[in-house]
Design a protein around this ligand. Structure first.
Ligand SMILES: NC(=O)CC[C@H](N)C(=O)O
Length: 311
């Protein structure tokens, strides 16, 4: 696809979203009744080109999207041993549910529900030196995004700490079942920091671009490609919590949402996409973000299940 084509598609998508925002949000299963907020979208292509439209330079906390990068680091550090601590099946429960921990004797369903993400952060904290622990994930994302000074949102950090009772309970549950190795405060601190990292859609799309490179080149490249395929498979099956099936049907590419309103989506071999708009549906996914990615992938013909008619 030419740059002019992609530029035109993004401009069209942003215009359509801004025009129809109120209707799209009204028709969705909204979490809160707030007027539509700003909307931004960006694409970072495997060939180095980048495109953006709408509010593309406004920062937002990436929240649960950081779980993708934490999982990638943990798989790089300890390999498939990650899956002895965390499952790899969709949960069918809300992202902050504690119930499956009880059912599964302290083994979270997958790395993207909070319980699973906290276990993944525990793996990293356990593996890293004291001075690397707090910001390993944050620094990896900053580096991939090409934004070395990307800030941590202080308000988000404070509210995650203050309102973190459920996550504290999850940590206690994990520890009760022998699935927490490190100091819970150190795990919580690293988790809160990765949630609070603030990027704009351009930075987020750039940060996700390495995940789009799943080519095998022999040796080490094959191991990295295989690891990325695992991360992408989990994004596809669990990235939108119990709306992951709906997202897979509508958009057709692996993706991860965050309660900051961002979504990172990856078209393997082609591009990394980021969309952002703050109003969420009942599952904690950005309403306009999902809608925009559906339009973009449809227009560009992007789907991991085969080229759509737009291709
Ligand atoms: N879905 C999300 O983005 C949840 C992240 C949020 N910080 C939490 O721990 O609940």
């Amino acid at each position: 696809m030419t740059g002019t084509d992609l530029d035109a598609i993004l401009i069209d998508v942003a215009a359509a979203i801004n025009r129809d925002a109120a209707r799209i949000e009204r028709e969705a299963d909204r979490k809160e009744d707030a007027p539509p907020g700003p909307f931004g979208i960006a694409v970072a292509c495997a060939d180095g080109r980048t495109f953006a439209a709408g509010a593309a330079t406004t920062g937002f906390p990436i929240q649960s999207i950081a779980k993708v990068f934490a999982l990638d680091l943990a798989l790089a550090a300890v390999g498939d041993a990650v899956f002895e601590r965390v499952g790899r099946e969709p949960s069918g429960d809300p992202f902050n549910s504690i119930i499956d921990l009880e059912r599964n004797e302290g083994v979270p369903r997958n790395p993207f529900v909070n319980a699973g993400a906290l276990a993944v952060v525990d793996i990293l904290v356990d593996h890293l030196s004291a001075d690397e622990q707090a910001d390993a994930v944050v620094d990896a994302i900053r580096k991939a995004a090409g934004v070395p000074d990307a800030a941590l949102d202080e308000e988000v950090m404070a509210s995650e700490h203050q309102g973190g009772d459920l996550n504290c309970a999850i940590l206690s549950f994990l520890r009760h079942h022998g699935n927490l190795r490190s100091d819970p405060d150190a795990v919580m601190e690293a988790y809160v920091r990765q949630c609070a990292l603030s990027l704009d859609v351009r930075g987020l799309a750039q940060a996700g671009l390495p995940l789009a490179d799943t080519r095998c080149g022999g040796g080490q490249a094959d191991a990295v490609a295989q690891r990325r395929r695992k991360v992408l498979a989990l994004m596809m099956t669990c990235g939108h919590y119990d709306a992951s099936g709906d997202f897979a049907l509508r958009v057709g590419v692996p993706a991860k949402s965050g309660v900051g309103g961002g979504i990172l989506a990856v078209v393997p071999g082609v591009a990394s996409l980021a969309a952002w708009s703050p109003n969420l549906d009942q599952h904690g996914n950005s309403i306009l973000g999902v809608h925009a990615l559906e339009m973009l992938c449809d227009r560009a013909g992007w789907s991991v299940f085969g080229p759509a008619p737009g291709a």
